[in-house]
Write a protein that binds this ligand. Structure first.
Ligand code: BES
Ligand code: MN
Ligand code: ZN
Length: 493
């Protein structure tokens, strides 16, 4: 998909389809211009009651007199109070649904500041790019024949002359971000027999080959053993697939600049291990590497944008399977930090790989560390599929992440990390156990991680509810790539 900015009066635009918005009982400026040029063609359909301008409504008009473009697609915005972020996104999706169904190769969006409240031209333009790419996304790598190709290949965004420069930046950053989201979705959607820990490592290496600002190093199991990563290695004990600790470094600033570190849970399949999961929907545990996918997606976006800061991504990639070699409930392992862990449930494996990765990253002297993981089913009970869970040992960092979440609409909600919960991890035999019982499962999982992150500012994002959709719409969402990328963009200001 190609995006470009244009700046012309709407009636002069040479386009296969112009998208213009109308409110309930009002026209936006671009719609008014077309209405005047066509001697009231738009007000006539409104007066006739063919379209009211309710939010999400669409109507396609053809061959308006005095208008150069072949078609005009009217998009309803609803009332003033309805012009929020979410309805803006839904409106764009509604327009794209029509554009996909008609046979046009190009379309031009003429939306002005009436389309959404309290958002500027940069935000609107970037959102348009992100939503368009997401709406046209398809995952066909595993089909023997690709589906019908999409005809829509070019989207133009028409802006006021004064906004053209801002629009160009918004397009290029929006495209980088959208590419990061698609990367994360592709990795998530791939089945576990393709997307193994070694596959993730290969993807990281390939990314580093495409960008001189990136370098990649992969630690093998023998190196992890030397580092004392007994916790991470206990998860991979039951499988033939070798675990990989992937380190991807982005250099956009001077060497002395402390890096922001992202850590991703990369369990390429989570069967539960000896604490085997029930069979229902177990296929969805191929998505248990979506934390890793969103970290790689974010690195894709950051490298493409060339952000002036340093970022280190660390991915703990492993497969969690049962076998005669697998870790058993009751086993006690020693983590890289030296702390011992009684593994009471081998299905609480995410925290076991993350804790060693989190100990490892202290060596980078990080400005901040954010880990991303499909960590707990309890997070779905708490927040559903709308918001990711956020827990942090630093109020400033939590605030920065919540700001990025609000700006991108990649929602997150903070849960407490009070010491009161720590006692749920007390073990009779080791320094801690790996489960905290049913109450507050998302919080006790984060409490476990917090025992390995005392040396730096740290936040944890639980994306168990947001990383993928189930049912007919089954597929990875790329969630957290917008949040993480925006968080990093904001650190450059
Ligand atoms: N990957 C799962 C969490 C998960 C489950 C994410 C379902 C999304 C949907 C994680 O490894 C896990 O199994 N967690 C257990 C922890 C429990 C044993 C303390 C869980 O949430 O049930
Ligand atoms: Mn598990
Ligand atoms: Zn898991």
């Amino acid at each position: 998909m190609e995006f470009e900015i244009s700046s012309d009066v709407p009636q002069q635009l040479d386009s296969e389809c112009l998208v213009v918005a109308i409110g309930e009982g009002s026209l936006t400026a671009p719609a008014r211009a077309l209405d005047e040029a066509s001697q009231g063609a738009i007000s006539q359909v409104i007066e006739a009651g063919d379209i009211k301008g309710k939010k999400g409504q669409t109507m396609l008009l053809r061959g308006l007199p005095g208008v150069k473009a072949r078609r005009v697609l009217l998009l309803g915005l609803g009332t003033d109070e309805q012009r929020n972020d979410s309805n803006f996104q839904k409106g764009i999706k509604a327009a794209l649904t029509v554009l996909k169904s008609i046979n046009c190769t190009e379309a031009t969006f003429c939306l002005d500041d009436a389309a959404v409240n309290d958002r500027d031209c940069y935000w609107r333009t970037r959102q348009l790019v992100e939503q368009a790419v997401a709406e046209l996304y398809r995952f066909e790598q595993m089909k023997s024949k690709p589906g019908d190709p999409l005809s829509l290949a070019r989207v133009r965004i028409n802006l006021d002359e004064a906004d053209v420069e801002t629009g160009e930046v918004a397009i290029s950053e929006g495209a980088a971000l959208a590419n990061g989201v698609s990367t994360a979705r592709d990795l998530g959607n791939l089945p576990a027999n393709v997307c193994t820990p070694r596959y993730l490592a290969d993807q990281a290496r390939e990314l580093a080959e495409q960008h001189p600002s990136l370098s990649c190093q992969v630690l093998e199991e023998d190196e992890m053993r030397k580092l004392g990563m007994g916790s991470l290695l206990s998860v991979t004990a039951g499988t033939e697939e070798p675990a990989q600790l992937i380190v991807l470094e982005y250099r956009g600033a001077s060497e002395g600049d402390k890096p922001h570190v992202l850590v991703g849970k990369g369990i390429t399949f989570d069967s539960g291990g000896i604490s085997l999961k029930p069979g229902e929907a177990m296929d969805e545990m191929k998505y248990d590497m979506c934390g890793a996918a969103s970290v790689l997606g974010t690195m894709t976006a950051v490298a493409e944008m060339g952000l002036p800061l340093n970022v280190v991504a660390v991915i703990a990639a492993a497969e969690n399977l049962p076998s005669g070699h697998a870790t058993k409930p009751g086993d006690i392992v020693t983590s890289m930090s030296g702390q011992t862990i009684e593994i009471l449930n081998t299905d609480a494996e995410g925290r076991l790989v993350l804790c060693d990765a989190l100990t490892y990253v202290a060596r980078f002297n990080p400005a901040s560390v954010v880990d991303v993981a499909t960590l707990t089913g309890a997070c779905i009970l708490a927040l559903g599929h709308k918001a990711s869970g956020l827990l942090s040992n630093d109020d400033g960092l939590a605030g920065e992440l919540l700001d990025a979440a609000a700006y991108t609409t990649d929602k997150a909600w903070r849960l407490p990390l009070w010491d009161d919960y720590q006692e749920q991890l007390d073990s009779n035999f080791a320094d801690m156990q790996n489960i905290g019982g049913r109450p507050a499962g998302t919080i006790t999982a984060a409490c476990f991680l917090s025992r390995f992150t005392k040396e730096y500012r740290w936040a944890h994002l639980d994306i168990a509810g947001t990383a993928w959709q189930s049912g007919k719409q089954k597929g990875a969402t790329g969630r957290c790539v917008p949040l993480l990328t925006q968080y990093l963009i904001d650190r450059t200001a």
